[in-house]
Design a protein around this ligand. Structure first.
Ligand code: TAP
Length: 451
């Protein structure tokens, strides 16, 4: 048996020692999940719904504990962590309505009756990154369980604690242990086994585009179902007719939230040239107001980066760039890095073309609507973005023209559990949340009865 230490990124101290799951245990867990599948899919829809509602209630009752665990394990601010635990509760509640609404269709055909059924797939493997351990886990397991699948879930090695607690809460709510199992282990071992094991019928992967490509190639071998939520390099487009004060006041939180470790971070701010200088002045004030520090404190707005290695990675983008201004950050211990604004910057600089995944933002000017759309789309990613303007026609034109899965106008909201979430281009495919996710955990079966 091997174990490893989970580290608090705000202090660089050990939080807990966790058992590291290996390949044999992974195989055994997949075997148990497969054996439990027939029983779970046969649970009466109302009973399955009730179990998921109980699970949601258990998360609600444990919300403060889950949030504090995430503060310690991932360095999330307490405000964000409470939102994240609340999101798990809401996602479970939302999908608890699904078992009783997995409707098929009766389609008119000659010489008989035609019915469709939404059948569960079997064992679903969910692979979760470290940046939003709780919500991203629930976006996979909640609709999968609701549709009648069993789930094996691999949290990121760095952030397993809340997932392990969620598994306990599921069990306490009456969901059989084999139906939802959490396996903390290495991606190259446990995650990879989800891809190669023939009894795992679908993989849900959230993480880097690089690993996503390997998983996609691996799944091809068995034509395994796959949802990929990958990286982003998102534009915050600010037109001259926008409410500039509001755009500038909100822009820091659109990129520095979760210390920029957010696939939806608006890390490229595109500003119409005639208001570029005015925006930068307002933005500087807003950035310097961001409260960076102890994530457990109620007033903190930004915590540390997840690890020393990740901080080195972030720093590598800034080394040869012009820093226009910065916010503050504690010295350490812990993996701190201040909110950092790059301007002026060449549109071909790595900090603009790559996903930095840290508290770093590039501010670039544009001339007109066509130029804004061209710059926004000048990336292989296509996850999200924001458009700030008072012109409704322009808001819709630009929303339609930007190649991204989740856009918001005069807002930076990307995630609402009622609505589909996912990427264009190399940000992945398939949609999480809303009704689309539920459909992705079932196969449509068509049955014809001759009359
Ligand atoms: P990755 O290194 O890709 O890791 C993501 C998950 O995959 C982790 O659980 C990891 O396990 C596992 N993994 C690693 N190698 C694997 C393999 N060969 N086979 C199967 N699983 C494997 O990403 P990360 O550094 O954790 O997260 C940051 C990236 O995720 C960013 O690019 C970000 O944009 C993206 N992300 C995207 C979204 C959405 S919704 N599109 C949301 C969050 C994050 P270990 O960590 O244990 O090795």
């Amino acid at each position: 048996m091997t174990s490893y230490d989970v580290i608090n990124p705000a202090t660089a101290e050990r939080v807990e020692t966790v058992h590291l799951v290996g390949i044999d245990e992974t195989d055994a867990a997949i075997g148990r999940a497969h054996a439990a599948f027939a029983g779970w899919r046969a649970v009466a829809p109302g009973d399955r719904a009730r179990l998921l509602r109980r699970f949601a209630d258990a998360v609600d009752a444990d919300l403060e504990n889950l949030a504090r665990l995430e503060v310690a394990n991932a360095g999330h601010t307490i405000g964000n962590a409470r939102w994240e635990a609340g999101n798990v509760r809401d996602v479970l509640t939302y999908y608890s309505a699904a078992p009783e609404r997995l409707f098929g269709r009766q389609i008119p055909v000659p010489d008989g009756v035609n019915l469709t059924f939404a059948e569960p797939l079997g064992v679903v493997g969910v692979i979760v990154p470290w940046n939003f351990p709780m919500p991203i886990a629930s976006w996979g397991f909640a609709p999968a369980l609701a549709a009648g699948n069993t789930v094996v879930l691999k949290p990121a090695e760095l952030t397993p604690l809340t997932a392990l607690r969620l598994a306990e809460l599921a069990r306490e709510s009456g969901i059989p242990a084999e139906v939802f199992q959490v396996l903390p282990g290495k991606g190259s071992v446990v995650g990879q086994r989800f891809v190669t094991h023939p009894l795992v019928r679908k993989v849900v992967f959230t993480g880097s585009t690089e690993v996503g490509k390997q998983i996609m190639a691996g799944c091809a071998d068995q034509v395994k179902r796959l949802t990929l939520e990958l990286g982003g390099n998102n534009a915050n487009i600010i037109f001259a007719d926008a409410d500039l004060e509001k755009a500038a006041a909100t822009a820091p939180y659109a990129v520095f939230d979760n210390a920029g470790q957010d696939c939806c971070a608006r890390s490229r701010i595109l500003v119409q040239r005639k208001v570029y200088d005015k925006f930068l002045g307002l933005f500087e004030k807003a950035v310097q107001g961001v409260v960076v520090g102890d994530p457990g404190s109620e007033s903190t707005e930004m915590g540390p980066l997840i690890s020393a290695a990740h901080r080195d990675h972030v720093v590598s983008y800034v080394d040869d760039a012009d820093v226009a201004f910065r916010g503050g950050a504690p010295e350490g211990p812990g993996f701190w890095y201040p909110p950092t604004v790059l301007a002026p910057i060449d549109p071909d600089h790595r900090a603009v073309t790559d996903e930095v995944f840290g508290p770093v933002v590039a501010v670039l000017p544009f001339d007109d609507e066509a130029d804004a759309v061209r710059l926004a789309n000048d990336t292989e990613y296509g996850l999200s973005g924001s458009i700030w303007t008072r012109d409704v026609g322009r808001a819709l034109r630009v929303s339609r023209a930007v190649d991204a899965g989740n856009l918001s106008v005069n807002s930076h909201s990307s995630v609402r559990y009622w609505t589909p979430f996912g990427g264009f281009k190399q940000s992945g495919f398939g949609r999480e949340l809303g009704p689309d996710a539920l459909a992705s955990f079932t196969e449509t079966k068509n049955v014809f009865l001759s009359t």
